[in-house]
Design a protein around this ligand. Structure first.
Ligand SMILES: Nc1ncnc2c1ncn2[C@@H]1O[C@H](COP(=O)(O)OP(=O)(O)OP(=O)(O)O)[C@@H](O)[C@H]1O
Ligand SMILES: [Mg+2]
Length: 497
C-alpha cells in the first residue's frame, strides 16, 4: 500500500503562491470523467454498503410532474459536520488507511458519480439518535454562475419532497437524490423515450445484480430494490450447477498481502436450458465475460478480463476466475475512482498468466467436449478410439470401445473373475459418464430393443451383486442410468422383485 507522499526538498519550494481551481470549470469537467449510469449508481450504492445498510432502495421517477433518481439506505448515516465534509470534492485523503469493509478510497465517488448524471445533488442523512435530518445540496447551475464552491442546506423542489416522503420517519440512514438529470434524460417525454429509458434501467439492474452479487446472497444478504422490486444476485460462476468445475483456491503473495484466486469452468452448453444459457452469458455475453473477475472487498470491479495477457476467444469462454483484492491493494492494482478497472502489479503477472492459461485450456476441453467424442467415433473403425457411439431408444449413447488394443491386452492377463469385475466397472463408467447422464432426445424404439435393454439391465444388476453390491443398492445404481429411464417396473419384474 502506497501510504506516504514524497518528502519535499525545501530548496525546491521558493515563493509558494495560491492557485485554487475555479469552481465552475472544475465542476463542469468533473462531469465527464467517464461514468455510465451503471457505474455511477454502483458508486453511490458502495457508500450505503460501507455504512452497513441492510436495505437500499433506488427510486426512479420520470413523468410530467417528477424527474429524479434517489438512493435511500438504512445505514448509520452522518451528522451535519460529516455530511458537509462528505459533500466536498476530495472529502477524504486517498492515502489514509480504510477498513476492510470500506468500499471507498478517493473521497470523490458520491459527487463525481452524481454530477456525471445530473446537475443537482441533494443528500439528507440522519444518525440513529438525532432528532432531525441534516441536508446539503450542490447545484451545478448555481456553481457555473457564481464560480464559488457554495452549497445549500435546504431544498424545496417537488422531486426532493416526493423522494423524502419515501424516506419517511426512518430511524437512521441516508438519502441521495439526483435531479436535473440532463445527462441521462436527453429526450422530451414521449412513449418511445420512456420505453428507451426503462430499458436502460433494466440494463442497470442487471449490472447491479452482477456487481453486488456477493452482498445479495448468503446469510448476511442485504436487499437492493429498484422501485420496490428486489434485485436478484447473478453468480458468474454458476456455483449451483452440478456441472460447474471448480479448481482449488490459490493464494498469490505480494508485499506481504495475499490475493485469493479461485477458478471455475462453467458447464458445456448442452448441460443448460436455453434460458439458463442466456442468463449465464451475463450482461456482456459469453465471449466478453470470460477471464478474471476482480473483486475489491467482495464488490465486483472488473467482470471478465485476461489483463491483456491472453486474448478472449470462443473456446475460452467457459473460464471465469474469482480474484479477491482488499482495499490495501488499491494502488498496486491501480484501482480507478470509478471502481471499474484494475491491473495486476508486475510481480504477480507470471502467476496470473499461469492460472489464466490453465483455465483457458480447461475451458477449451469442455467447450470441444462433444466434438471430441464424435471425432473419436470415426476412429472407432481402426479400433483405436476410447468411445464409440450407439443409438439406444432413439438416443445417442456413448460406450467404451471394448475392442481397444490396450483393454484387450490387459484383460488377457486377468483371471475370469477379475475380467468380469472389470467389465462390470466399465458398464458403470458408461452408465454414469457425464455425456450419458443427461441424454437428450426422445425415448423411443421398438419392443425388441426394449426387451433387450431390460435383459441387459437385469444382467448388469446381477453382475453388480456378484461384484459385492447388495441387491437393493445394485438395483438403485442400474435404475439411475438414463437409458433405462421408464423401465424400472419391467426390470424389477424381470428380476422377480
Ligand atoms: N450513504 C452514506 N451513508 C453514510 N456515509 C456516507 C454515505 N455516502 C457517503 N458517505 C460519506 O461520504 C464520504 C464521501 O463519499 P464519496 O463516495 O464521495 O467518497 P468515498 O466513498 O470516501 O471514496 P470513493 O471516492 O472511493 O467513493 C464517504 O467517505 C462517507 O464517509
Ligand atoms: Mg464512495
Amino acid at each position: 500500500m502506497e501510504n506516504t507522499t514524497t518528502r519535499l526538498d525545501s530548496q525546491e519550494m521558493i515563493n509558494p503562491r495560491l492557485a485554487i481551481p475555479d469552481a465552475a470549470p472544475l465542476v463542469l469537467s468533473l462531469r465527464s470523467v467517464g461514468y455510465t449510469l451503471e457505474t455511477a449508481l454502483a458508486d453511490i450504492i458502495d457508500n450505503s454498503i460501507t455504512a452497513k445498510a441492510t436495505e437500499i432502495n433506488i427510486d426512479i421517477k420520470w413523468n410530467e410532474a417528477l424527474n429524479y433518481i434517489s438512493v435511500r439506505d438504512n445505514g448509520y448515516g452522518m451528522n451535519e459536520t460529516d455530511l458537509h465534509q462528505a459533500m466536498k470534492i476530495g472529502s477524504k485523503n486517498p492515502i489514509d488507511p480504510r477498513g476492510n469493509n470500506d468500499l471507498g478510497r478517493f473521497g470523490m465517488g458520491l459527487k463525481t458519480a452524481a454530477f456525471s448524471l445530473c446537475k443537482r445533488l441533494t443528500v439528507g442523512s440522519k444518525l440513529i439518535d438525532a432528532n432531525e435530518m441534516s441536508m446539503r445540496v450542490w447545484d451545478i447551475d448555481y456553481i457555473a454562475q457564481s464560480n464559488i464552491w457554495e452549497l445549500f442546506d435546504e431544498s424545496s423542489t417537488r422531486n426532493w419532497k416526493d423522494a423524502l416522503s419515501w424516506f419517511g420517519n426512518c430511524e437512521q440512514g441516508t438519502i441521495v437524490v439526483l435531479e436535473k438529470l440532463d445527462r441521462l434524460i436527453t429526450e422530451n417525454l414521449s412513449d418511445q423515450a420512456i420505453g428507451r429509458f426503462w430499458q436502460r434501467i433494466a440494463d442497470m439492474e442487471k449490472h447491479l445484480s452482477m456487481v453486488f452479487h456477493r452482498f445479495l446472497s448468503g446469510p448476511q444478504a442485504i436487499a437492493i430494490l429498484i422501485n420496490g422490486k428486489k434485485i436478484e444476485p447473478w453468480d458468474p460462476f454458476m456455483r449451483k450447477s452440478f456441472a460447474t468445475q471448480e479448481f482449488r483456491e490459490e493464494f498469490l503473495e505480494c508485499n506481504g498481502e495475499s490475493v485469493r484466486v479461485h477458478a471455475f469452468i462453467l458447464p458445456h452448453h448442452s448441460k443448460m436450458s436455453v434460458e439458463e444459457y442466456d442468463e449465464a452469458g451475463g450482461v456482456n455475453g459469453w465471449m466478453e465475460q470470460q477471464g478474471f473477475y476482480v473483486y475489491r472487498n467482495k464488490r465486483l470491479i472488473v467482470p471478465g478480463t485476461w489483463f491483456k495477457m491472453l486474448r478472449k476467444n470462443e473456446p475460452g469462454q467457459l473460464a471465469r476466475i474469482q480474484l479477491d483484492l482488499t482495499g490495501d491493494m488499491d494502488f498496486e492494482w491501480k484501482i480507478d475512482v470509478k471502481k471499474s478497472s484494475a491491473a495486476p502489479p508486475s510481480i504477480l503477472r507470471e502467476g496470473i498468466r499461469r492460472i489464466a492459461k490453465t483455465a483457458q485450456e480447461a475451458s477449451r476441453k469442455v467447450y470441444y467436449y462433444r466434438g471430441a467424442v464424435i471425432n473419436q467415433r470415426v476412429k472407432a473403425e481402426d479400433n483405436d478410439a476410447i468411445w464409440e457411439q450407439a443409438s439406444v431408444r432413439g438416443r445417442t449413447f456413448f460406450r467404451i470401445n471394448r475392442g481397444h488394443a490396450l483393454l484387450k491386452d490387459a484383460k488377457a492377463q486377468l483371471s475370469a473373475d477379475a475380467e468380469k469385475k472389470l467389465n462390470t466397472f466399465l458398464s458403470l463408467i458408461e452408465g454414469y459418464a457425464p455425456m450419458n447422464a443427461s441424454l437428450a432426445g426422445p425415448v423411443s424404439g421398438g419392443t425388441g430393443q426394449e426387451n433387450e435393454l431390460i435383459e441387459s439391465a437385469a444382467r448388469f444388476c446381477l453382475d453388480l451383486v456378484d461384484a459385492g453390491y447388495s441387491s437393493s443398492e445394485a438395483l438403485r445404481k442400474v435404475l439411475q442410468i438414463s437409458i433405462y429411464e421408464g423401465l424400472a417396473e419391467a426390470i424389477k419384474n424381470k428380476l422377480q422383485l
